[in-house]
Structure formats: structure tokens, C-alpha cells
Design a protein around this ligand. Structure first.
Ligand SMILES: Cc1cc2nc3c(=O)[nH]c(=O)nc-3n(C[C@H](O)[C@H](O)[C@H](O)COP(=O)(O)OP(=O)(O)OC[C@H]3O[C@@H](n4cnc5c(N)ncnc54)[C@H](O)[C@@H]3O)c2cc1C
Ligand code: SF4
Length: 332
């Protein structure tokens, strides 16, 4: 038994103050990841600050024509919201591709971004793991790593980030809004998660005690279409082996706006900047999509057992781009 204290503040300032006053405290949102990690002995916060009473669950249009999604908005509510379904279908599809209906009813925007890796060694407190215990080693590199990273990994960690939602948010140029003892700041989603480098224990750039108050999306480019596609071992209730979020405009047979992000391949949602460069201004053809995917995946460094992820990701990207472009061409 590990004792811990529990509080449920009703004001955001109070939640932040409570956190600052108790080193090692954690915010509790849906609890679908944190509580599991506590049961496994991977996390042991002395204080849980329940943030479900804070006024942070709204989903509303911004003055600039974009969308603000509150930090405690439930994944199921966001996926079903008419503005999300209508203007940001890539986000709705990504959310619905994650977990199960019951989990999505509890899981929140902030918790989804901050969920920890599903690397089996990280979740087993009896094993060494640099992410859990810095300096203890990375058994996954030579051990079980079929589901782990092919891009951006380091000798210290080859874990992947498990969120589907974050991949769509990266392709949508969303920003994370943070509030902490030092005030408020905004970080682009694509820069919010880190590559492992020498410090795999740090998943993101969030500072201890900062609260995710929400995520803001810019207005979608006129005529843009978006889609999310995920490959996994089972048809539902499984994390991505590889996934793709894409947002595209096509006019007169040429690609205009192109945003592409991969999931399941790296320690963070992987914004595919090299692929986007190939896509912008190019003819909307299968040849372009193949060249774009290859340009991005040339950087892949598969491990012994996960080389299959590279052609999988390539085929997912090509098929999503093809489907989007054939729907998006305004010349019909
Ligand atoms: C069986 C199973 C299958 C799953 N499959 C998928 C899947 O396919 N795809 C997918 O994307 N996810 C999947 N998930 C993960 C699920 O989406 C996450 O557990 C969930 O999104 C976490 O949200 P939460 O609100 O429950 O977070 P919590 O568990 O409450 O918190 C997670 C972390 O975030 C911190 N936190 C929470 N909110 C805030 C905030 N506002 N500000 C600062 N810190 C905060 C907590 O302190 C904690 O460290 C699965 C989970 C399970 C159990
Ligand atoms: S891949 Fe990362 S999370 Fe997994 S064992 Fe290695 S250090 Fe730990």
C-alpha cells in the first residue's frame, strides 16, 4: 500500500497552488493512464489534484474562426462535437481510433497528450528502463521492440508516443495552452513532445506544476480536407503500429496546403516536413505521394524487429493522400 492524499479544487489558481506546495504531486483528469501506472507501481504521487471540477471542459469557436478545446474536455465529447466533425474531421477520426468508447468517455484532452509510453519495460517496475529510472538502461533496444520507434530514437530510448489525438493535432498546427506558477504560455503541439535524446525521462516540454488548460486550433485552410488512418494488430482497442494524419487542398490538379504527421513511429507525433515540401505545388498523383513518403521515411532507422513499420507507414500515407486528393480537387 502506498498512501496518497486527494484534493478536488474548483478554481484553476488553487489547483496550481496546491501542486506547487507539494513536490511530486500530479493532476488527475480521467485517470485512465495515471491510475493504471499507480497500480503498476510505476507512478507514486503523494498527492492527486483532481482537476475535474475546474471550468476547463468547453469546446468553443475562437474569435479568429478556430477552435478552443478545454484541457478537461472528454475525448468522446470532442470527437462528437459538430464543429470538430465538420471542420476538423481528422481530429474526430483520430479520437475515435483510440482506446474504447468507455475509455474515451473518461479520457481528457490534457491527459491524452500526457499519457506515457506503452513500452512493456516502462510498465514493468521490476525491469530497468531509462525513462522510468534514468541511467538504468534500455532493455527494449535489444529486447522486445516490435511496436517501438523507427524515427528519432536514441541509444537511451526507443519508445513511441501512444496518442492518436496528438498526431491529428500536430497536422492541424494546434497549440497547447499551459498555465503554471510562472504564468501562461503557448507551445505548438509539434514542439510539445520531445525526442528522447539523453533525457528519455522527459516526454514533453511541460514544466512541473504546469496545467494544460486547453488546445487551440487555427481556422482550417479554405477547401481543406483531412483524414486519419491507423494500422494496428486488432481492428479496435489497440495502439497504432503506424498512423497518418493528413490535411490537404488541391486545385486544378495541384496540391496547395499539405500537412502530414505520422504516429506510432517515434517518441513524439512526427510532423513530416520533408514530405510536405515534396507535396506543396506538386501534381496530385500517386507518384508525388510516393516521393513525399519516401522523402520523410529515408530518415528511418528500424530496429531488429520493426522494419515492417517503414513500408506500412509509407503505404498508409500514400493511400490517405490519394483518397483526400481525389475528394479535394475543387475542379471536380
Ligand atoms: C486499454 C487502453 C487502450 C488505449 N488505447 C489507446 C489508443 O488506441 N490510442 C490513444 O491515443 N490512447 C489510448 N489509450 C490511452 C488513453 O487515451 C489515455 O489513457 C487517456 O487519453 C489519458 O487521459 P486521462 O484524462 O485519463 O489522463 P490521466 O490518466 O488522468 O492523466 C495522464 C497524465 O496526464 C496528467 N494530466 C492530465 N490532465 C492534465 C492537465 N490538464 N494538465 C497537466 N497534466 C495533466 C496526469 O497528471 C498524468 O500524468 C488507451 C488506454 C487504455 C487503458
Ligand atoms: S524504450 Fe524507453 S521506455 Fe522502453 S525500456 Fe527503453 S528507455 Fe524504457
Amino acid at each position: 500500500m502506498r498512501p496518497f492524499a486527494y484534493v478536488r479544487p474548483e478554481r484553476t489558481e488553487e489547483a496550481i497552488e496546491r501542486f506547487a506546495a507539494r513536490p511530486g504531486a500530479r493532476f488527475l483528469a480521467g485517470g485512465t493512464n495515471l491510475v493504471d501506472l499507480m497500480k503498476l507501481g510505476v507512478a507514486g504521487p503523494p498527492l492527486l489534484i483532481d482537476i475535474n471540477g475546474l471550468p476547463l471542459d468547453a469546446v468553443e469557436e475562437t474569435a479568429a474562426g478556430g477552435l478552443h478545446i478545454g484541457g478537461t474536455a472528454r475525448n468522446s465529447d470532442v470527437a462528437a462535437h459538430p464543429l470538430v466533425r465538420d471542420r476538423y474531421p481528422v481530429l474526430s477520426q483520430a479520437l475515435l481510433a483510440g482506446a474504447s468508447p468507455q475509455l474515451r468517455n473518461s479520457a481528457t484532452t490534457g491527459g491524452n497528450l500526457l499519457q506515457r509510453t506503452r513500452c512493456p519495460y516502462f510498465q514493468d517496475a521490476s525491469k530497468p528502463c531509462n525513462k522510468r529510472v534514468p541511467g538504468s538502461g534500455c532493455p527494449a533496444r535489444e529486447g522486445v521492440h516490435r511496436d517501438l520507434a523507427v524515427l528519432g530514437h536514441s541509444v537511451h530510448c526507443v519508445a513511441t508516443h501512444p496518442s492518436d489525438m496528438a498526431v491529428a493535432l500536430a497536422a492541424l498546427d494546434a497549440e497547447v495552452r499551459l498555465r503554471g506558477p510562472a504564468g501562461e504560455r503557448t507551445v505548438p503541439v509539434a514542439e510539445f513532445h520531445r525526442l528522447p535524446g539523453d533525457h528519455p525521462d522527459r516526454d514533453t516540454v511541460i514544466e512541473d506544476g504546469e496545467l494544460i488548460t486547453g488546445v487551440t486550433l487555427p481556422a482550417p485552410p479554405p477547401g481543406a480536407r483531412g483524414a486519419y488512418r491507423k494500422a494496428r494488430d486488432r481492428a479496435s482497442y489497440a495502439f497504432a503500429l503506424a498512423s497518418v494524419a493528413a490535411v490537404l487542398t488541391v486545385e486544378d490538379g495541384r496540391i496547395g496546403h499539405a500537412a502530414l504527421a505520422f504516429g506510432g513511429l517515434a517518441h513524439k507525433p512526427w510532423r513530416a516536413l520533408a514530405a510536405e515540401e515534396v507535396l506543396r505545388g506538386a501534381p496530385a498523383t500517386a507518384e508525388t505521394y510516393r516521393r513525399a513518403a519516401d522523402a520523410e521515411l529515408a530518415a528511418a532507422e528500424p530496429l531488429r524487429d520493426n522494419g515492417f513499420k517503414v513500408p506500412l507507414a509509407r503505404n498508409l500515407a500514400v493511400s490517405v493522400l490519394h483518397d483526400l486528393a481525389s475528394r479535394a480537387d475543387t475542379t471536380g
